[in-house]
Design a protein around this ligand. Structure first.
Ligand SMILES: *[C@@H]1O[C@H](CO)[C@@H](O)[C@H](O)[C@H]1NC(C)=O
Ligand SMILES: *[C@@H]1O[C@H](CO)[C@@H](O)[C@H](O)[C@H]1NC(C)=O
Length: 272
């Protein structure tokens, strides 16, 4: 098997340029092993099948006239082939709709390495296609409603953890912020924990059961897409009676006197 090395590749893709050469040289110097210039493309997820990613034959310096004879093709290692090449014009195109969230987890770059082969003589090239995220998911809460029971004496500043919404899209297309319907008693605070944002309902003004014993609020999770997508959570806060009738003794301290030798089991005092 003969491996061909590409030189000076700087693939031009609509709107994007990648410098494969410097990376290649760095790798070569670093490892001293055989390294390959990387031809790199990018395509948005969910584009329709047939969409052209780039002209791979031209970028690899292959003769268009011999592409069919040399069995120019993409060899897929997955069962599902997402890309193919056109033997007439050398285009690399999308074979079926790509779902980035299905292919890659998390927010990092979603890269697919494709093996492009021509025969007589055999050349194997690797090209990388970055699947760009599209804001195709809206934030979703695990439940539609959440209920809190809060005593009316609760002091401002108390925090109540809200359900966090999920949005599988990457980076800025994922959840950006949470908002709350404007009201005088509550505000929202978002705490960042690793990659997740955790929303809290924060009491900003004491509740008064006589004024309102049931507050209905709507929490909205908004992603950073253009345009943004959102999801909502209905929150109801039931205001509980404060314990102003809590049991109280008639006196703070009691003093009693008993005589010596009273029989055991005798009642000596009754507190109220
Ligand atoms: C509070 O209000 C919500 C929505 O308005 C309602 O579904 C719920 O039954 C009410 N709860 C009480 C205890 O009043
Ligand atoms: C959430 O509240 C809105 C009104 O604020 C209401 O129209 C909607 O039906 C509620 N959704 C659920 C799931 O209770």
């Amino acid at each position: 098997m003969m491996m061909m090395m590409m030189t000076g590749t700087e693939t031009q893709n609509p709107g994007r340029r990648y410098r494969g050469l410097s990376l290649c040289l760095a790798l070569l110097l670093f490892t001293g092993k055989q390294a390959f210039a990387e031809t790199r493309y990018s395509v948005a997820e969910a584009v329709k099948d047939g969409s052209v990613v780039g002209n791979v034959a031209k970028d690899l310096g292959l003769e268009f006239t011999s592409l069919t004879d040399r069995r120019f093709r993409v060899v897929s290692e997955n069962e599902k082939a997402f890309f193919d090449v056109n033997q007439d014009n050398g285009d690399l195109f999308v074979l079926q709709k790509i779902d980035r969230e299905e292919l890659c987890q998390g927010s990092g770059a979603c890269l697919m390495e494709l093996k492009i082969i021509v025969e007589n003589p055999l050349e194997i090239h690797y090209v990388v296609v970055e699947v760009k995220d599209v804001n195709d998911h809206a934030p979703v809460f695990p439940e539609k409603e959440q209920r809190f029971e809060i005593f009316e004496q609760t002091s401002p500043g108390r925090r109540f953890q809200l359900h966090a919404a999920r949005d599988p899209d990457a980076g800025s297309n994922s959840i950006r912020t949470y908002t709350l319907t404007s009201n005088e008693h509550f505000e929202i605070d978002v705490r960042q924990s690793d990659e997740d944002k955790i929303p809290f309902l924060v009491l900003k003004k004491s509740l008064d059961r006589e004024q309102n014993n049931n507050h209905s609020l709507v929490v909205t999770a908004v992603d950073g897409g253009k345009p943004p997508k959102s999801g909502t959570l209905n929150v109801s806060v039931i205001v509980l009676d404060s314990n102003d009738n809590r049991p109280k003794f008639s006196q703070e301290t009691y003093q009693i006197q008993i005589e010596e030798n009273i029989p055991t089991g005798s009642s000596i005092f009754k507190a109220n």
